[in-house]
Design a protein around this ligand. Sequence first.
Ligand code: BF8
Length: 627
Amino acid sequence: MDKKLMTIDLNSRILLEKAEKDGVETMYDRKIAMKSQCGFGLQGGCCRICGMGPCRITPKTPRGLCGADVHTIVGRNFARMCAGGTAAHSDHARDIAHTMALTSREGNYKIREEEKLIELAKDWGIETEGKDIYDIAHEAADVALMEFGKPYGTSIFLKNAPAKRQEIWKKLDIEPRAIDREIATVMHSTHIGCCADIDSLINLSLRTSMADGWQGSMIGTKFSDIMFGTPTPQQTEANLGVLEANQVNIILHGHEPSLSEMIVLATEDPELVALAKEMGAEGINISGMCCIGNEITMRHGIKIAGDFHQQELALVTGAVEAMIVDVQCIFPALSRVADCYHTKFITTSKKAKITGSIYMEFKEENAYQDALQIVREAVLNFKNRDKSRVLIPELKSSATVGYSVDAIIKQLDRVVNVEIDKQGTIKPLVDVIKSGTIRGVVGVVGCNNARVASNLAHTTIMKELIKNDILVITTGCGASAAAKFGLMKKSAAKKYAGKGLATVCELVDIPPVLHMGSCVDCSRILDVASAIANFVDMDISDLPLAGVAPEWMSEKAVAIGTYIVASGIDTYLGVMPPVGGSSRAVEILCGELEDQVGASFTVNENPEELAALIIADIEKKRVHFEK
Ligand code: BF8
């Protein structure tokens, strides 16, 4: 296998060559060395839930030692993936809620969006009249934290969904109660000797994932916007070409904005900027990777260094003084790669310590001081850079990012006839979809996966969709791919979009692919879908919408896909999840869910074919929507 064909990113290809010369092993080498992967694992048919196993299901041994059949084993594994993803997103949100509890006028974390907080507080039944904004913030934090473990009731956000959707959830008993409870229920039900019924296991998977989308992720996004600002359109650049030869390069990688916001602030500290100059650098250049990259580019226009598959390659440039990480999607391999260069690989969270890294704990209580110390460590490291080992590839693309729901509505207000219609509503978007100028809206989300060429499926599918007048909204590493490959340039509309979409983009001054944020921000997709459905008094499943995860790989992506389906949006995957071993699991996930929740999964590993399926299904949905 030619390593360079495993990615379509030309910067990555250049750096793979350099890695080979430098004797550095990357994920691409490990993928080749691994040759074939475990067939039982790929099919989901290996059970290692108890100590009698692992039990592997074959035609000769169709049951595990306890008698569990392949459907039970696959169902349990799938449910645990959903629980893992829900735990990751929601624990991120829990930390954000604790940060909200720390906000104060004098402290590091402040309230940037007072109106938004008051609106949310009112919605949650918090008294706001005559109260200090910080008292309201602390009460809202308490309410949010109760969502994790409240003993009674269901998610506080469900009432925002269309009434028909709420009825479906109630009937199927998939309204999430408390976030931790749903995760615990799945862990309990999938313990040896508990649930052994595939239909129930999938039903539990839906409810747990709903706790991700309609509870944890919503808290994460809404509180982040209130504290750090609701994203607005920003100009930025993306890909490893954003690293600077003459500056201290700091890459932030991970997920939680409470760390990244403070680091961004610390890089502007005059003493640290002066120190950088003392070290011989022209300044400090900060960029982001993975979802932290999405968070800081959406709010500050900070450059995107790259995506999940480029984390090792960023260090191979030899130009990175520090890779600062918090939680999720961080390769443990980074410590070995950093050892080959001068880079300091700095871990900051007790939840994600990595052997071989430098551990500098970041505590929200001491946020700015901790951030200053971490950045100082990076700046001091500039003197250790070996210029003869530096190779910064040139490629980078400009991009316009920062399309929160508010930002999209604001852009669309440009076409509102103020004498007839109110500004600040979803109506213009509904109008252009109803008229057919835009055929539909598709969320392209998720990761890079070594089982397919990095970035190929993302870019192929996005180009096909916009060519067919479908507006693309994107989050996570899908968003990074779009930014790197020029699809978030406003000029991309003329170059790639169909006539209808190109006209709308030009009229309202947006690119054809809209950057909606990090993976937690898939909750924004639920907000848009609900707003449209409520406006036209339909259910979400009646709308020409779809979700696609062309290169997904994480448990978080499984939870996202599952709550998107449970919300009534058909979801398309470019990589088969480990459920193929159970014909029943496939029947339910890719078929019967349609009858239950009005949406299901479709899997096709050929990106062109997957795009064609999405386009055809969007057109089918239009028939009902246009009536
Ligand atoms: O949460 S898209 S590789 S970075 S899991 Fe990870 Fe996947 Fe990237 Fe953010 Ni999302």
